[in-house]
Unconditional design. Structure first.
Length: 216
């Protein structure tokens, strides 16, 4: 079962280490001429949502949000994924990490652990996302077993329109703890169902929408 991580020292080191890596990636990409991006912890920067399944390793989820493309077509998803993957590997290698793995919806690093203190293993899961008037979309790499036949496409996250304004309203009314509780409930619900099609960001969207609809 999922629970929120309570070890504050570990969380501080975890966020600092992983955010440093991701921020280096953002700076590298933004210093290039291909696209402009920003990155956030899962939930568009929402804090205190880091979860762990029993005593298993921890995945820290980041969204790499494409703000604007320059020398690349926003609909050329294969080229976008490959560009980000190569830039991410350069940053990882510069910091002594191995190359990332390209999964269906994220770029995943190897598992690491700190030499001192909490020995829980952790990794970074980096999703490539974009926001339009319809809401948030996530870049998907649908693997077929034959590279030439693989599909790359934007998958729209249901009911994600106006997410930021809903979060602001919830926080201003002191209801953020309800989002945390609902988020954890949904993570565990999908875990019990062995549902692998609801990543953390989707659970977050559902939690925000549920709390918003219940109160406003």
């Amino acid at each position: 079962m999922y629970h929120f991580i309570e070890d504050k020292d570990f969380l501080k080191k975890l966020r600092s280490t992983c955010s440093n890596i991701v921020n280096q990636l953002v700076q590298r990409i933004n210093n290039d001429s291909v696209m402009t991006v920003e990155a956030h912890l899962v939930g568009s920067g929402a804090r205190k949502l880091e979860t762990q399944n029993s005593n298993e390793p921890v995945d820290l989820d980041y969204n790499l949000n494409i703000l604007k493309t320059h020398e690349i077509d926003i609909n050329d998803c294969r080229k976008i994924k490959e560009y980000v993957r190569k830039q991410f590997n350069i940053i990882l290698n510069n910091n002594g990490w191995e190359d990332c793995q390209d999964s269906t919806s994220v770029l995943s690093t190897e598992y690491r652990h700190f030499k001192h203190g909490n020995q829980t293993s952790f990794k970074i899961d980096l999703a490539i996302v974009g926001e339009s008037q319809k809401g948030w979309s996530r870049l998907i790499h649908d693997k077929t077993g034959f590279v030439a036949l693989d599909r790359y496409f934007w998958n729209e996250a249901p009911h994600s329109k106006g997410l930021a304004s809903k979060v602001d309203k919830i926080k201003s009314c002191g209801l953020w703890e309800s989002v945390r509780e609902t988020y954890l409930d949904k993570k565990n619900m999908y875990l019990k169902r062995q549902d692998k099609f609801h990543p953390s960001f989707n659970c977050y969207i559902e939690a925000v929408n549920q709390v918003f609809s219940q109160n406003f």
